[in-house]
Design a protein around this ligand. Structure first.
Ligand code: NAD
Length: 273
């Protein structure tokens, strides 16, 4: 039904490489946004307990007529529930109105709490109980990844990290790759900031696409999993219209030159402390 590539995770399950993110989608906007995305062809929704819109995501999926098994649904464990993950996931499932999620992530490592390994052990049990088909982490640096792998022997299926043209994360992507962990990127458009970049504008003009489409196509071609956020129907459609063109090797190289360590979100080493 869509042209979205599927990526195989290290546990053998597959994930659509492209989806819709709903951070900051207000509950009253979220049902329509997810409904529209599903109508356009999106089959992957990224939410989190802390976003306060799981109920609306679940409602939109249920009302869409798209079978549950065709929608890849991700939610995340919030920082104050690291020692209480089973109950936290049950609450998320109840709000979403589903019996399992396709991917459950530890949202942040919060090293000062020193509870993310406990949380990871719980996620392994929840996966084994069928409550989450795949499990992974978000905002984990190398030391956090190594600890969960060494202490449990289970490698996360994904690591969801901030990454966009002005903050590309070559090092952490390489570390993920070395462990067989797929990289998912958040704030893929740099929260809108990277859309104004001269190189992006120039490439957009030369390929006859919008700046958002150029950046999203670049993410797809570099092999990461991406879910831009929008609640505006026209933008939801625009962001999905990236399957009929390709950036050349030269344009991919031009994009690489935009990297300048422009972190927009919090630093995982200290966030949540
Ligand atoms: P984003 O880079 O997707 O940018 C969203 C902003 O860009 C919004 O203001 C939106 O209106 C604008 N936009 C979207 N499409 C556009 C278009 N075609 N033209 C012009 N403007 C457009 O940023 P994000 O929301 O931070 O990240 C995407 C998703 O990543 C989130 O919704 C969430 O699911 C996830 N996320 C995860 C974490 C984490 O800690 N794991 C943190 C932040 C976000």
């Amino acid at each position: 039904m869509t042209d979205v590539p599927e990526i195989t995770l290290n546990d053998g399950h597959t994930i659509p490489q492209f989806g819709l993110g709903v951070w900051q989608a207000k509950p009253e906007e979220c049902v329509d946004a997810v409904a529209h995305a599903l109508k356009v062809g999106y089959r992957h929704i990224d939410t989190a307990a802390i976003y306060g819109n799981e109920e609306q995501v679940g409602q939109a999926i249920a009302e869409s007529g798209v079978p549950r098994e065709e929608v890849f649904l991700t939610t995340k464990l919030w920082n104050d529930r690291h020692r209480d993950a089973p109950a936290a996931l049950e609450e998320s499932l109840a709000r979403l109105g589903v019996d399992h999620v396709d991917l459950y992530l530890i949202h942040w490592p919060v090293p000062s709490q020193d509870a993310y390994v406990d949380a990871w052990r719980s996620l392994i049990e929840l996966r084994d109980a069928g409550k989450a088909t795949s499990i992974g982490v978000s905002n984990f640096n190398e030391d956090h990844l190594l600890r969960v792998i060494e202490e449990t022997g289970v490698v996360p299926a994904v690591n969801q990290i901030e990454s966009h043209p002005t903050f590309q994360r070559f090092d952490l992507r390489q570390i993920n790759q070395a462990h067989g962990i797929q990289t998912e990127v958040w704030s893929p458009l740099g929260r809108g900031e990277d859309l104004e970049n001269d190189t992006v504008l120039e490439i957009a003009e030369s390929v006859g696409k919008t700046p958002a489409q150029v950046i999203l196509r670049w993410h797809i071609q570099r092999g990461v999993i991406v879910f831009p956020k929008s609640v505006t129907p026209a933008r939801i459609e625009e962001n999905f219209d990236i399957w009929d063109f390709e950036l050349t090797e030269g344009q991919m190289k031009q994009m690489i030159k935009l990297n300048r360590k422009n972190r927009l979100g919090p630093d995982p080493r200290i966030f949540g402390a």
